[in-house]
Ligand binder design. Structure first.
Ligand SMILES: C[S@@+](CC[C@H](N)C(=O)[O-])C[C@H]1O[C@@H](n2cnc3c(N)ncnc32)[C@H](O)[C@@H]1O
Length: 268
């Protein structure tokens, strides 16, 4: 895979994370869905991974959360015992993350930065997390090479991202962003051309000395017509994003056509 061409990259709205109206921790922020509908599934998969990898104890392990946003994942990792640094290019998001962690008595280091230039020494990190971020970056090959550079040998890279398929275009772009009947996501939150096929990610990982260990699909917990029903209620203002997330969330699946999550191990 190559760096995203300028004409495609300028279509994604990565500025929306600096918009004060998209407050991460607000019950009716579209970003809050990441906390309700994605985080529990990520953490569950992480716990299973830790168990499978010789029952790794997260206590004191150094974790880097790339594209941490308002700190949803960083906070859960800190509660599990990881020593967490979150980085993000969005000033507003980093400020939100700092304020929220302080208010909740959590010790997390938050830094401004991008996945393309990680502010970490070589071989210094035990776990790198990059969740719902790879499909937002301009230079994916550079991000993956940076992840490999900062991971210790045997360190674990954990991601989730969106596949580039007909189905992901229908759901993530047409239904969630474009078609007014159901569109609840901010316009240009995602750009279909920036989605990543598993085989593309796999070959990038391999050339960067990261061995693909496992991956699974992510699908909604309920059938699509029911999801459409709740999206419609959200559009009509009958639900908050928090209430929506309490009804619709992602579960592990064999189907990887929409989203997938996985882990890779840094080779010695
Ligand atoms: C959909 S949010 C995901 C936030 C968080 N990982 C979560 O799941 O709660 C995407 C995040 O990626 C960040 N981002 C965009 N471009 C980035 C880059 N080049 N490097 C690192 N983060 C980036 C955005 O600022 C935003 O906070």
């Amino acid at each position: 895979m190559e760096k995203i061409p300028t004409d495609i990259y300028q279509c994604i709205d990565n500025e929306l994370y600096n918009d004060k109206k998209n407050q991460w921790w607000h019950d009716d922020s579209p970003l809050f869905v990441l906390w309700c509908s994605f985080n529990p599934t990520r953490i569950n998969y992480l716990r299973k991974t830790l168990h499978k990898e010789n029952s790794i104890d997260p206590q004191g392990k150094i974790a880097l959360d790339i594209g941490c946003g308002g700190g949803f994942l960083s906070e859960e990792l800190a509660r599990m015992g990881f020593s967490v640094t979150g980085i993000d290019p969005s000033v507003q998001s980093i400020q939100t993350a700092i304020n929220h962690s302080l208010a909740n008595g959590l010790q997390i280091e938050y830094l401004l930065g991008t996945g393309e230039a990680l502010p970490c020494p070589d071989s210094s990190i035990d776990f790198v997390f990059c969740c719902d971020v790879l499909e937002h970056v301009r230079d994916l090959p550079k991000v993956i090479s940076e992840i490999s550079r900062v991971l210790k040998p045997g360190g674990i890279f954990f991601w989730d991202t969106i596949n580039r398929t007909f189905l992901s275009k229908l759901i993530a772009i047409n239904i969630l962003q474009d078609w007014k009947l159901w569109a609840v996501a901010p316009t240009n939150l995602h750009v279909w051309e920036m989605f990543i096929k598993p085989r593309e990610l796999r070959s990038l990982l391999e050339v960067n000395n990261l061995a693909w260990r496992d991956h699974i699909g992510l699908m909604p917990n309920i059938a699509f017509p029911a999801v459409l029903g709740y999206l419609r209620k959200k559009v009509k203002g009958e639900l908050s994003f928090k209430e929506f997330g309490q009804k619709v969330w992602m579960v592990e699946s064999k189907i990887t056509n929409i989203m997938y999550m996985g882990v890779a191990i840094k080779q010695p």
